[in-house]
Design a protein around this ligand. Structure first.
Ligand code: PEP
Ligand code: MN
Length: 356
């Protein structure tokens, strides 16, 4: 349920409504807007029947039933897009934000080479995993805190914020010391204890869609974070499992416009994990921007052939720069721009897709 207050409702009237909601056993979530305050009601499972207790209070304009099972993340609750600010970067605004870097941090040389190359091409967030969720327990599990320290050095050198994955609640405090954006990976999308813990922080969260999760599951996972008070959630479509095996996962591009209609949270796309192959990254990156994504997260490695993890899907820096040119042009065509990139002119080269 959403209570919409009159444009001139007083703070006392708003508090009176909140008190009544608490009295009914639910939680009020006041959301001041540019013209009026709305108060979201959470804590109920089914429909709230006693709405007349609220409708009749002074300063109340209307009471709207929220039909979706997720509340705070829904468009019904908040119409305006959520914009997440990190220093002077805004995620979820008209500018498209590109996060890029290696799958896993392997060494100082590797990370810094990748970080400097992606910055030069216009990326505005550096990615790199220090704790890696690997399918096999025998695969490289990440550099841990040493990797986090290298990420801090990459931030220092490039001046760009960093995104890195947290895998469990025990390492969250350590990751918080380094990460500007906390990534929750596909395999942890429904780790509810972890979602609640990051929800208690005020750090932006990149929440990746589980590969067997529905859009409703993803939004309910985001709701866990927002319900704890952290509204800075960025959703990420990174491919789902289907019957087809032509690609590592199947990029569910229609998730972008669907999520845009269901939620006010920003949505980015990961064409690297979705396709599993560098050749498919460029076309899917272009398509994601055309579909309305607010950004991309892309794997880039200075020498993918020797990459410890996900080399097949990692772009060489030159290929990444090419991708940035292409998405800049697509952004312009739909009235947007790419953060960190000047407007693009000239003729785009269709890449020769035989080798990197
Ligand atoms: C990653 O981005 O490093 C990653 C492991 O992706 P996902 O959780 O989507 O598999
Ligand atoms: Mn990877």
């Amino acid at each position: 349920m959403l209570v919409v207050m009159d444009a001139h409702a007083t703070p006392e009237q708003i508090e009176r409504v909140c008190a009544e909601i608490r009295e009914m056993g639910y939680t009020p979530n006041p959301m001041p807007g540019p013209t009026r305050t709305a108060i979201g009601v959470t804590g109920n499972e089914g429909a709230i029947v006693e709405t007349s207790r609220i409708v009749l209070l002074p300063g109340v304009r209307e009471v709207i039933r929220v039909t979706a099972p997720y509340k705070l993340v829904s468009r019904e609750f908040r119409e305006a897009d959520t914009r997440i600010q990190i220093d002077d970067l805004i995620i979820g605004g008209s500018e498209i934000v590109v996060m890029a870097g290696p799958c896993t941090i392997e060494s100082r040389e590797q990370l810094l080479a990748a970080a400097q190359a992606v910055k030069a091409a216009g990326a505005t967030v550096i990615r790199g995993g220090a704790y890696k969720p690997r399918t096999s327990p025998y695969s490289f599990q990440g550099m841990g805190e040493e990797g986090l320290r290298l990420l801090a050095e990459a931030r220092e050198i490039t001046g760009l914020p960093v995104v890195t994955e947290v895998m469990d609640t025990e390492t969250l405090p350590l990751v918080m010391e380094y990460a500007d954006i906390i990534q929750i990976g596909a395999r942890n999308m429904q780790n509810f204890a972890l979602l609640k813990k990051v929800g208690k922080t005020r750090r932006p969260v990149l929440l990746k869609r589980g590969f067997t999760a529905t859009i409703k599951d993803l939004l309910l996972a985001a709701e866990y974070i927002v319900a704890e008070g952290n509204g800075a959630v960025i959703l990420c479509e990174r491919g789902i499992r289907t019957f087809d095996d032509h690609s590592r996962f199947t990029l569910d591009l229609s998730a972008v416009p669907v999520l845009k209609s269901l939620t006010h949270l920003p949505i980015i796309v990961d064409p690297s994990h979705a396709t599993g192959h560098w050749e498919r990254v460029l076309p899917m990156a272009r398509a994601a921007i055309a579909a309305g994504a607010d950004g991309l997260i892309v794997e880039v490695h200075p020498n993918p052939v020797v990459a410890v993890c996900d080399g097949q899907q990692s772009l060489l820096p030159d290929r990444f720069a090419e991708m940035m040119d292409h998405i800049t042009r697509i952004a312009q065509a739909i009235g947007r721009s790419v953060a960190g990139r000047p407007a693009s002119t000239g003729v785009l080269q269709e890449p020769a897709l035989k080798s990197q």
